[in-house]
Ligand binder design. Structure first.
Ligand SMILES: Nc1ncnc2c1ncn2[C@@H]1O[C@H](COP(=O)(O)OP(=O)(O)OP(=O)(O)O)[C@@H](O)[C@H]1O
Ligand SMILES: [Mg+2]
Length: 579
């Protein structure tokens, strides 16, 4: 007897589900896309336990007749395409006929639906892929799908879920993306019975984005609109005053479908290269309109990626449209402008109150002796050269690097990275010792809280308090900032808190306060450190070099970039053929 066997339907469905349904947010994505395809004007999403316990999506769309409701759970059953040629011009989110059977194979699913009119509604119950019952049930025009006990039958998947707050945050982010693509539809989201988001229908993209970002942030957005070679890119993009520490708020849509695309993110990065420092990302909502025949949306089970016929034309359009909207005349040359912009941004680090004009206060401040005295000089070194102090500064190169001589070679310091390292370790020690000075803001700041930021704040409120932040929710979608850790100094506190909240939900629970401390301290150090293109005199260079040599990890900045390079004497002699 042969060993190859056709899998049972339920096993095949669970395997297919593995591709479509990764986590609660993917279930919500499929259900909300179905509601949008059904022409809903109002969609309500409720989750419990981050969506793992219960997800409920209700719409007032077309609804289904009884037979269709049953058929909807068959694999490859769809009303959206009929033949392979339809794949070339897909105008709906769905077309694979796989979402409902996949979801139903890894949960207990109940669908109640009615096309309205006098016929009444239908309820279909499915548990782990098997139909439990099909019966008449009342329902207004539209559909409600309830998904309970997600992944109960596939524990491996369930184990990979993150905390409730993180999963809920992902649902909220997902919903926000679909809401942006459909401003004419009302969205409501609840979690554990509590309202998390309510975005009533609005006339257009601008108003929808204002609902999501709040008035403050949305003021920083500029219009993007450009046509080129049968393509059109329109949307909103942030000027440099609004930036994030992750690329999570770079939203791309192709014919209304949210997608991820590395190449297009790269085009975005090229457009912003002279505007944002490395590691900073814009907020954008970009809609590419492209003939359906030029894009293949059927390359990814969750349709998160697409393939373009003319990929480089699309890339060029994104880059040029953004550059034009942002008023960048010669983009793509960081080395020309970035340092100057950087200097302008951190200009307030320098000031007369901090030891005379041109003296960065953090450098002028005497550094405390390292704990444990000079013996620590020898400890924990990555490079033997560092131990052979003294290292004497020779010159500053391009007002950004310090050249120094060591007994057995030449040393080059990146002055910003080096200073960041020095301040980072100093601040970290202060913070760990519990000596966190708090600084009361003269005028409290308010921050717009998206649902996922609110969840992040609630999850980390105690740690943020311990680290010296005085934060309090104010109404439903605002956070008040009254106090910040004093060491944050000249950094923009609103931006710092926002950056933390944006990242926090993705961290694992175990990392907790130490990772938060690292982020706060690293950010404070980065803001207070001398930047590139800052002239330093001999005394300040000596101070910086000696401070760096006394740190625990002199080789790198807190973000892991090199702070120091060496050119050994033996290498020099080899190069000059003295040996
Ligand atoms: N909320 C809804 N309102 C009306 N009809 C629905 C709804 N949800 C699903 N359907 C019907 O059930 C069918 C199957 O849905 P399902 O999500 O499984 O597949 P699809 O949307 O066609 O394709 P995909 O797998 O790409 O999402 C749909 O084609 C549609 O006819
Ligand atoms: Mg679908």
């Amino acid at each position: 007897m042969g060993t190859i066997r056709v899998l049972e339907e339920i096993v095949a469905s669970q395997i297919a589900a593995g591709e479509v349904v990764e986590r609660p947010a993917s279930v919500v994505k499929e259900l909300v896309e179905n509601a949008l395809d059904a022409g809903a004007a109002r969609i309500e999403v409720e989750v419990e336990g981050g969506g793992a316990d219960r997800i409920r999506v209700s719409d007032d769309g077309s609804g289904m007749e009884g037979d269709d409701a049953r058929l909807a759970f068959e694999r490859h059953a769809t009303s959206k395409i009929r033949s392979a040629s339809d794949l070339q011009a897909i105008a709906t989110y769905g077309f694979r006929g796989e979402a409902l059977p996949s979801i139903a194979s890894v949960s207990r699913t109940t669908l109640t639906t009615s096309p309205g009119g006098s016929g009444g509604g239908t309820r279909v119950r499915i548990a782990c892929g098997a139909v439990v019952s099909v019966e008449p049930a009342p329902h207004p025009r539209g559909t409600t799908v309830e998904v309970e006990a997600l992944f109960e039958s596939t524990p491996a998947r369930r184990k990979f879920l993150r905390t409730r707050a993180t999963e809920t945050g992902r649902v909220a982010d997902l919903l926000a993306r679909l809401a942006v693509a459909n401003p004419g539809v009302s969205f409501v989201m609840k979690s554990g019975g509590r309202a998390l988001a309510s975005w009533p229908a609005v006339p257009g993209l601008g108003e929808r984005v204002a609902q999501l970002l709040g008035p403050e942030e949305s003021r920083a957005l500029v219009d993007v609109d450009r046509r080129e070679g049968g393509l059109r890119l329109r949307g909103l993009a942030s000027s440099p005053s609004l930036q994030r520490t992750t690329s999570r708020d770079e939203h791309l849509f192709v014919n209304g479908r949210p997608i991820q695309d590395r190449r297009l993110l790269h085009a975005v990065q090229e457009a912003y290269v002279t505007l944002l420092p490395r590691g900073r990302f814009p907020v954008l909502y970009l809609f590419l309109e492209i003939p359906a025949t030029e894009v293949d949306v059927n390359v990814h089970p969750a349709k998160a990626e697409v393939r373009f016929l003319r990929a480089s034309a699309v890339h060029g359009l994104v880059r040029d449209a953004l550059a034009a909207a942002l008023g960048v005349s010669r983009p793509f040359a960081r080395y020309e402008m970035a340092p100057r912009l950087d200097a302008a941004r951190h200009g307030n680090v320098w000031g007369p109150q901090a030891g005379g004009p041109g003296v960065p206060h953090a450098l002028a401040e005497p550094s405390p002796p390292p704990p444990g005295g000079t013996s620590r000089l020898q400890a924990g070194r990555e490079d033997p050269l560092i131990d052979s102090v003294p290292i004497a500064p020779l010159a500053q190169f391009r007002e950004s690097y310090i050249l120094a001589s060591a007994p057995d070679g030449l040393v080059i310091l990146d002055q910003h990275a080096a200073h960041e390292r020095v301040l980072y370790e100093r601040y970290l020690a202060q913070s760990r010792a519990g000596r966190i000075e708090r600084q009361r803001l003269l005028f409290p700041l308010t921050l717009d809280l998206s649902p996922s930021r609110r969840l992040a704040f609630e999850a980390a409120a105690a740690s943020l308090e311990e680290l010296g932040f005085g934060l309090s929710p104010f109404g439903d979608d605002t956070l008040r900032v009254d106090e910040v850790p004093a060491l944050v100094g000249s950094a923009d506190p609103a931006r710092l808190v926002q950056g933390l909240l944006d990242e926090l939900l993705e961290w694992s629970k175990a990392e907790g306060i130490e990772r938060l401390r690292h982020r706060v301290v690293a950010s404070a150090a980065c803001h207070a450190a001398v930047t590139a293109n800052q002239p330093l005199d001999g005394a300040r260079m000596r101070q910086l070099v000696s401070d760096l040599m006394r740190t625990e990890h002199p080789m790198t900045c807190p973000h892991g970039r090199p702070a120091l390079l060496r050119l050994g004497l033996d290498q020099l002699e080899r190069e000059f053929r003295r040996r």
